[in-house]
Design a protein around this ligand. Structure first.
Ligand code: GLU
Length: 543
């Protein structure tokens, strides 16, 4: 029996050959340098923050090069499939504006001419390729049972030998086609293994776009390419899919880095052009001084829903991911006040080689910068959406008089050095509650306030129509009549005065807001108006 006959015995119903598929999926017509890449999750329905970083990276590189970003579902590990897994992944990514040029669109539909994009629907294609390898003697049926493979591993561990099926452990690699066929006809179970041409004692060079040139021992493992259920392994499916879908760049987690020599070998042994590879380091967390990988199980910030619930804008999360992705992003962002992420050109060279610390405080700071660049309308609309879901009580207050609320939000906004105190939608209430009478139930702490002085000022000097200069000059004038001087003068001769203008402002601020720190007092007073301020002073006196 020939290898060809063995291949026919194993795959009797294959209609096409590799060439057929290569013609069916021709070279893409894209401009020079266009990156074709993919997001290739298992359909678990769950996008964690590391996966969001990976997909955002892939999306950005494809987009900035006018390339293609497609969604391929890797469901060959059937245990990991959950109901609506694909739709949920697509929905979560869409929230972050990560969308696909082609690929799976939900459980049952897809777009693009390089599909099917769901691996379990590509069985026939994989079998065609595997059949061809068997025909050429480059792959073979292996009859080792799972127990035998486990025993081999245990033995290898005991003898501190390399783990895997290679050399003398690859018991069935040299069966003749007749011997193999006899076992198959006898009903013995098998998987298909790749017959590695490599030697562990030779070195191969592989290039990673982030880490540069790496040297590995050549792969000599006869890795499984088809499992007993007839589905391919990741290694093999990735080879076939990225070949036929004309992926130019494989961007993936660095848990795959050690498989790189296998993948490079598979591509070259099959005579296909290998894509370029970029391996992204995992996100790390400083857990009370111990740096470890961010964990789906332990860390709530791992789920992307966390940010939604906390009220951190998706755009801010993306800005933070961009900061992690390229070491020069943050500086660029801080310097370019009116630019969007999409104006930035990402590069593989600026991806950090080691894992990045995922730091919620840092995210909070970036988010504050993001908020500081929004218009009052934007803050209003976005916060409203958040409150609609998470705080219906405050929503009523917030939306009662939109123009008033927007005016509050505009205090120290839309100016050269805008306020930077809002980092999440849930901060908004904490920062502006005192501007609403229905919310203003202050808990004044003990403080020495000269209420008569304030009453005098408000009745006889304060006019809500005054511009800021006039307002300030009046406080100064009123102050000087009452023993309060300028800050400078007060510092030089503290004994001669009761205090300085700042002290009057502080007292006013305290009575009006119950706080010692707020944004611009002039604006706060102007928006509240004299009547409401007087009322607050009265309440303060009677407390
Ligand atoms: N399904 C693989 C994973 O989730 C994809 C890796 C790749 O992008 O090639 O890790």
């Amino acid at each position: 029996m020939t290898h060809e006959e063995l291949a026919d015995l194993i795959f009797p119903n294959i209609k096409h050959d590799i060439k057929y598929y290569e013609e069916k999926y021709p070279e893409r017509k894209l401009k020079e340098g266009a990156i074709v890449t993919r997001y290739a999750p298992s359909p678990t329905g769950f996008v964690h923050i590391g996966a969001l970083l990976a997909s955002f990276t892939e999306y950005s590189f494809a987009k900035q090069s006018d390339g293609v970003f497609y969604l391929r579902i890797e469901d060959t590990d059937t245990k990991r499939t959950v109901e609506n897994g694909i739709s949920n992944i697509i929905r979560d990514l869409k929230d972050f504006d990560i969308t696909f040029t082609e690929g799976a669109a939900n459980e049952n539909a897809e777009t693009g001419s390089y599909g099917p994009y769901i691996q379990s629907k590509r069985k026939e294609i994989y079998h065609t390729f595997i059949k061809e390898l068997i025909k050429e003697g480059k792959a073979y049926p292996c009859f080792l049972s799972e127990e035998e493979v486990n025993e081999i591993r245990e033995r290898q561990e005991k003898h501190k030998d390399r783990i895997g099926i290679y050399g003398k452990y690859a018991k069935y690699r040299d069966l003749t086609p007749d011997e193999a066929a006899a076992k198959i006809k006898n009903g013995e179970e098998y998987i298909i293994r790749f017959k590695s041409p490599g030697s562990f004692y030779k070195k191969v060079k592989c290039t990673d776009l982030i880490r540069g040139e790496l040297e590995f021992p050549e792969n000599d493992l006869d890795i499984p390419i088809m499992k007993q259920d007839g589905l391919p392994t990741y290694h093999f499916a990735h080879l076939v899919d990225d070949h036929l879908m004309h992926t130019t760049h494989v961007i993936r987690g660095d848990e795959w880095l050690s498989s790189l020599p296998i993948h490079i070998q598979l591509f070259s042994y099959c005579g296909f052009k290998a894509p370029k590879y970029a391996h992204i380091s995992p996100l790390l967390k400083n857990d009370n001084g111990v740096v470890r990988k961010l964990s789906k199980r332990k860390d709530s910030e791992c789920a992307v829903s966390y940010y939604h619930e906390m009220g951190i804008p998706n755009e801010a999360v993306k800005l933070y991911l961009a900061t992690i992705m390229n070491t020069n992003f943050e500086e660029w962002y801080l310097q370019n006040k009116d630019k969007q992420i999409s104006d930035f050109t990402f590069s593989f060279k600026k991806v950090s080689k080691s894992g990045a610390l995922f730091d919620l405080e840092k995210l909070g700071n970036i988010s504050k910068t993001y908020f500081s660049r929004l218009t009052k309308e934007e803050v209003y609309e976005q916060t409203k959406t958040y409150l609609e879901e998470f705080d219906k009580e405050f929503l009523k207050v917030f939306t009662k008089n939109p123009e008033y609320t927007k005016a509050i939000l505009n205090i120290e906004r839309e100016q050269k050095k805008p306020r930077k105190d809002i980092g999440k939608y849930s901060d908004v209430k904490k920062l502006i509650w005192y501007m609403f009478d229905e919310e203003f139930k202050p808990n004044y702490e003990d403080k020495d306030i000269n209420t008569n002085l304030l009453q005098d000022y408000l009745e006889n000097y304060y006019n809500e129509e005054d511009d800021k200069n006039t307002w300030f000059n009046k406080i100064a004038e009123f102050g000087s009549k009452n023993g309060y001087t300028s800050v400078k003068e007060y510092k030089e001769n503290p004994d001669k005065y009761k205090g300085h203008v700042g002290d009057i402002c502080e007292m006013l601020r305290f009575v009006i807001t119950s706080l010692t720190m707020t944004p611009d007092l002039y604006e706060i007073m102007r928006l509240l108006g004299k009547e409401r301020i007087m009322k607050r002073l009265d309440n303060f006196k009677n407390k």
